[in-house]
Design a protein around this ligand. Structure first.
Ligand code: CDP
Length: 206
């Protein structure tokens, strides 16, 4: 069984996916962390993020491993843990450019498709491009202001700056973001985290 939870930036995908996965007793996998890891390694190596050949060559000699733990995904490059460095403002800024390269998308998709079922997969295109055959699909939205207020708890920047950056990233990600025709769309704006998790669990268990 595969449950997909897609949605716009800071719509609560990771917290919701973690909660759903824990309740079901299965792992969840954050595809965004792999895009973020590719971005971080590219930045650290001083690569041009617009050059997919250079990025892929670097990733092939510096393999990344995603540990899909239900209590929080962790990402490793050899024995260096990248997890805590993946949500910086510089990675936020570069990641959409990296994620737009079809070669990078294939690098992520291959890793996701190698995972043994069951699992919850979260990202932008889990229910469309990567796991179109998933049994349960959800798509999370919320207004840019509400998303910025939520993300302000995780970033040092001001809410208006975070909101502007989120809107910019939504625009850059537009090719990757569209709800699957068979996804249940949830506006999480007026909902608590627990309400979103409960709504999804009810649908999955029905
Ligand atoms: O939670 P947030 O949306 O901020 O970040 P994320 O899910 O970690 O995704 C980070 C970035 O990775 C997105 O802005 C997209 O550029 C890219 N991404 C993607 O293209 N496709 C996915 N399935 C997941 C993430």
């Amino acid at each position: 069984m595969i449950v997909t939870i897609d949605g716009v930036a800071a719509s609560g995908k990771s917290s919701v996916s973690g909660g759903v996965a824990r309740a079901l007793g299965i792992p969840y996998v954050s595809s965004g962390l792999l895009y973020r890891a590719a971005t971080l390694l590219g930045l650290d190596a001083g690569l041009d993020l617009g050059d997919p050949g250079a990025l892929l060559a670097h990733l092939s000699t510096h393999p990344v491993r995603l540990e899909p733990l239900a209590e929080g995904n962790r990402v490793w490059q050899a024995d260096r843990e990248l997890t805590d460095d993946l949500h910086s403002t510089r990675v936020d800024k570069g990641v959409s450019v990296v994620a737009a390269h079809p070669q990078v998308r294939a690098w992520v998709d291959d890793q996701l498709r190698a995972l043994p079922e069951p699992f919850v997969a979260e990202g932008r295109d889990m229910g469309t491009a990567v796991f179109p055959h998933a049994q349960h699909k959800f798509y999370l939205t919320a207004s840019a202001r509400i998303r910025a207020q939520r993300r302000a708890k995780e970033r040092p920047d001001d809410i208006p700056d975070i909101e502007a950056a989120l809107i910019r990233r939504d625009e850059l990600d537009a090719n990757q973001i569209a709800p699957a025709a068979d996804a249940q769309v949830l506006d999480t704006g007026p909902m608590t985290l627990d309400e979103v998790i409960t709504t999804i669990l009810r649908a999955v268990r029905a």
